[in-house]
Design a protein around this ligand. Structure first.
Ligand SMILES: NC(=O)c1ccc[n+]([C@@H]2O[C@H](COP(=O)([O-])OP(=O)(O)OC[C@H]3O[C@@H](n4cnc5c(N)ncnc54)[C@H](OP(=O)(O)O)[C@@H]3O)[C@@H](O)[C@H]2O)c1
Length: 325
């Protein structure tokens, strides 16, 4: 098969589109012909290398995989060749595209237990937007923050995959959304998808602005997967007994903190990691029922995986990038 292979850790020049041996399914697995694979910031971390998380090189990343079942293992029941499916990449053997082979390839293997049928009316591209970004946003908002209608939520990095998904899901719940992004154009797009207030954090102090917008009460929930120097201003923007949820640290995982905000305001700092197969099925249902329209920023042929990652690294996206073999 053909694949976008990371030859060694480093810059995007290390991604080479080339031949790779076909993956071999076990008796409990399915082999899927990939029709679309979503890109995530994780793919950049995998390529660059993460402290304490070694990745075997050469490697195929890509966790958001939608395609057609090409072969089912002897012990698999309930799945047929030809079925349109979306994979939950968080498998017992490891995360696809991070620990085991991912979907930036023509073929991928997945345990049958982690395969979800794609309902009719949902395209492969729409489905491949969902697991990592929308699954993570759903867990952060519903399971961890328990966001409710009428609450105010501050979302940093709102233009990216997880961020734009969080804006959509928060609006669906009925929350008031304050969304932050790095350009006026991205802020405009955020307004178009329903954000009630937008803040360009390169031009305005987002913490001060969130405080002003909430009549100096603070937000109920802050979503911060940026870390770095956004950490303390995020704490400062939260109301008494509000919460901050984090699932990552795009700009740095060891920020300075200010614990005074945590005790004086009795803040809850919540971690969130991953999603469940039920989250993915519920998201597919929402797309099929036209309650959710995944935001597709760009679609590239798989040969152009390098350009796609360069675009993501340059923060030139709004929503999801998809690669199509
Ligand atoms: N634990 C989990 O289960 C889980 C799952 C998914 C993702 N994550 C984490 O969540 C974070 C976001 O992932 P994603 O796939 O949504 O990323 P993405 O699509 O690249 O979006 C990230 C957004 O953050 C903003 N940003 C702020 N500072 C940045 C910086 N220093 N470098 C790059 N972007 C920066 C950018 O928007 P502006 O240019 O508008 O500022 C960018 O669009 C990552 O850290 C990822 O590892 C964790």
């Amino acid at each position: 098969m053909k694949a976008a292979v990371i030859e060694q850790q480093g810059g995007p020049e290390n991604i080479v589109y080339r031949n790779w041996p076909d993956p071999r399914p076990g008796s409990g697995d399915v082999l899927v012909r990939v029709k679309a694979c979503g890109l995530n910031h994780l793919d950049i971390f995998v390529r660059r290398g993460m402290p304490g998380l070694p990745v075997p090189m050469p490697f195929i990343s890509g966790g958001d995989i939608a395609g057609i079942v090409e072969f089912v293992g002897g012990e698999v029941s309930g799945l047929k060749v030809g079925a349109r499916v979306l994979l939950n990449p968080s498998t017992p053997a490891g995360m696809m595209g991070e620990q085991i082979q991912g979907g930036l390839a023509e073929l991928a293997v997945c345990p049958a237990s982690h395969v979800v049928p794609i309902p009719s009316g949902v395209t492969f591209e729409q489905a491949a937007c969902l697991p990592v970004a929308y699954g993570t946003a759903r867990r952060m908002l519903l399971t961890r923050a328990k966001l409710k209608a009428g609450q105010t939520i501050l979302i940093l990095g709102a233009s990216g995959g997880v961020g734009s998904a969080a804006v959509q899901i928060a609006k669906h719940i009925g929350a008031r959304v304050i969304a932050c992004a790095g350009t006026d154009e991205k802020c405009q797009r955020l307004s178009q998808i329903g954000a009630d207030h937008v803040i360009n954090y390169h031009e305005q102090d987002f913490s001060r602005e969130a405080w002003r917008l909430t009549d100096k009460e603070g937000v109920d929930v802050a979503i911060n997967f940026t870390g770095g120097d956004t950490w303390v201003p995020s704490l400062r923007a939260i109301r008494k007994q509000g919460c901050l949820v984090t699932c990552g640290a795009t700009a740095g995982f060891d920020p300075q903190t200010d614990i005074r905000y945590i005790w004086t305001r009795e803040l809850d700092i919540l971690g969130s990691d991953g999603w469940t197969t039920q989250d993915i099925a519920a998201l597919l249902d929402d797309v099929a029922g036209q309650r959710l329209e995944p935001i597709i920023s760009h679609v590239f042929p798989l040969e152009h995986a390098r350009e796609a990652e360069e675009l993501m690294e340059a923060r030139g996206i709004f929503g999801k990038i998809l690669l199509v073999p």
